[in-house]
Design a protein around this ligand. Structure first.
Ligand SMILES: [Zn+2]
Ligand SMILES: [Zn+2]
Length: 254
């Protein structure tokens, strides 16, 4: 049966408030430290927030790549991506980089809520009409070894903040892709080709937003968006916390 989408469900509200309460209790017992400067008792201190470098205009209106003007970039003209628009909140550097690293490799899942606030601030400046939120999925193998999907840890509180439902099952990864770190733009596109399958029961005729932690070329998000469009999604937007340069970065994202 087709799923009807409304605002955030009671269950989603309960789950968000319950996890916020649990994190506050845990913060009281085991005080957190800021990923930027190590200050005790803060999940991301105000001083380090000032060191975050937001990505602002001029940007390509499609992929969000910083450029000299707000015109569509050459890459988007020659190889149009699967998404309608992608934006990243900040440069992949400093405290944001540390926070994402903690979230991904050190099980510091409380950072997901902090980072979702950055995405909320960015989303509030964009005129995107959204029906539902999803996250770039991990393969089953990677999910089993890590225990959680870091993108989902950001996407769930983000969905709550914008009062839209989150669907983990909107899209799944059907191919276990290699790390994108040392790949060129072309190799990245090849690597993720056919990696996703979207659930038309959830996304048909909907406007979907995909959340990920870091984007580099946007090829992973583009391929995921393509699967969502094939399943009937009308619009596909994407937000990531950070954008990393293609060369010399050490993150997995594509
Ligand atoms: Zn700090
Ligand atoms: Zn572009």
């Amino acid at each position: 049966m087709k799923q009807e989408l409304t605002a955030v469900s009671k269950r989603q509200q309960f789950s968000y408030h319950f996890s916020s309460l649990m994190w506050n209790v845990l913060d009281w017992i085991f005080p957190p430290d800021c990923p930027g400067c190590g200050k005790q008792g803060e999940r991301f201190c105000e001083k380090c927030k000032n060191f975050v470098q937001p990505l602002t205009d001029p940007l390509c209106p499609v992929c969000g790549e910083p450029g000299k003007s707000n015109a569509v970039c050459d890459d988007c003209l020659s190889y149009p991506p699967g998404f309608d628009a992608l934006r990243a909140y900040a440069v992949f550097d400093g405290p944001v980089r540390n926070a994402l690293h903690r979230l991904k490799y050190r099980d510091d899942i409380s950072q997901g809520d902090v980072l979702s606030k950055f995405l909320f601030d960015l989303y509030s400046c964009l005129n995107w009409q959204i029906d539902l939120v999803t996250a770039i999925p991990l393969s089953k193998e990677r999910l089993r070894s890590r225990g959680y999907n870091q993108a989902e840890r950001i996407a769930r509180p983000f969905a709550f903040r914008i009062n839209k439902p989150f669907y983990a099952n909107a899209v799944e990864r059907i191919k276990n892709t290699n790390s994108q770190i040392d790949l060129s733009l072309f190799e990245r596109r090849e690597n993720v080709s056919g990696a996703f399958y979207a659930n038309s029961m959830v996304v048909n005729l909907k406007s979907v937003i995909i959340i990920d932690d870091v984007s580099t070329t946007g090829s992973t998000i583009s391929e995921c968006a393509r699967a969502l469009k094939e399943a009937g999604a009308e619009k596909v937007y994407a937000l990531t916390v950070a954008r990393a340069p293609l060369k010399g970065n050490n993150t997995r994202s594509g």
